[in-house]
Design a protein. Structure first.
Length: 193
C-alpha cells in the first residue's frame, strides 16, 4: 500500500466516487482493529471504534492534507476517538493472535507463551510507550509518521521507542532468560525499515 495509492483513492472519493472509499476501509480496518485491541479495548469496543474511525475519516476526508501521511492521519483520528471514549480495558489474553511460525510444537508453544508475556508486559507500559511501539511495529509507521500524529518530534519518537524497548527488554530479562533474543527480532525489523 503506497501513499500514492491512498491519495489517488482519496481524490476519487472527493471527486464523487463514494464506492472508492471501500478500498480505504479494506486497507485500514484490520490495522485499526488491531491498534484498538492492543491499546486495551475489548473485541466489541475495538469493532465499534474501528467503524467510528472509518466513518469519521470519511466525513473529514476533505480536511486531510495531501502533503501528510494518510495512515498517520487516520491513526490520529483513531487514537483521539479512543481517548474520548476512555477505553482502557484489560486485554483478554485468550483472544490474542498466535503469530508464531516456528516448526516444532515446543517452539510454537514457547513463542505463544513469550508473545502472551510480551502482551502482558506491553499492557504494563505507560500509554505513550505502548502507543509508539504498537504504531511502529504492529502498524509499521515510520518515526516521522508517528511524530506527525502524536505531536512529538522525530527525535522524541526515536527516544521513546528506544526507552520502551529497553524497558520491555529489562522486564523480560527479569522474568525469563531469553527475553533479549525475542526483542532482538524487533530491533532487526527496525533496522530494515
Amino acid at each position: 500500500m503506497g501513499l500514492t495509492d491512498d491519495y489517488s483513492i482519496i481524490e476519487q472519493v472527493l471527486g464523487g466516487d463514494k464506492q472508492a472509499y471501500a478500498e480505504i476501509v479494506q486497507r485500514y480496518q484490520n490495522k485499526l482493529y488491531g491498534l484498538f485491541r492492543r491499546m486495551g479495548s475489548s473485541e466489541a469496543d475495538a469493532e465499534d471504534l474501528t467503524q467510528e474511525t472509518l466513518v469519521k475519516a470519511y466525513r473529514k476526508l476533505a480536511s486531510h492534507r495531501p502533503d501528510r501521511s494518510f495512515a498517520g492521519w487516520i491513526y490520529k483520528i483513531a487514537i483521539n476517538l479512543q481517548k474520548d471514549r476512555g477505553q482502557r480495558k484489560r486485554l483478554d489474553a485468550s483472544s490474542q493472535e498466535e503469530r508464531s511460525e516456528s516448526e516444532t510444537p515446543e517452539s510454537k508453544l514457547l513463542q505463544k507463551e513469550l508473545r502472551s508475556e510480551l502482551d502482558r508486559l506491553l499492557e504494563s507500559l505507560p500509554d505513550h510507550y505502548r502507543l509508539v511501539l504498537i504504531l511502529r511495529y504492529t502498524n509499521q509507521l515510520s518515526h516521522e509518521e508517528i511524530a506527525e500524529m502524536t505531536g512529538m518530534s522525530v527525535r522524541k519518537v526515536t527516544n521513546v521507542v528506544y526507552r520502551a524497548k529497553d524497558r520491555l527488554r529489562k522486564m523480560l530479562r527479569a522474568k525469563e532468560g531469553h527475553g533479549y533474543e525475542f526483542l532482538g527480532s524487533y530491533k532487526n525489523k527496525e533496522s530494515r525499515s
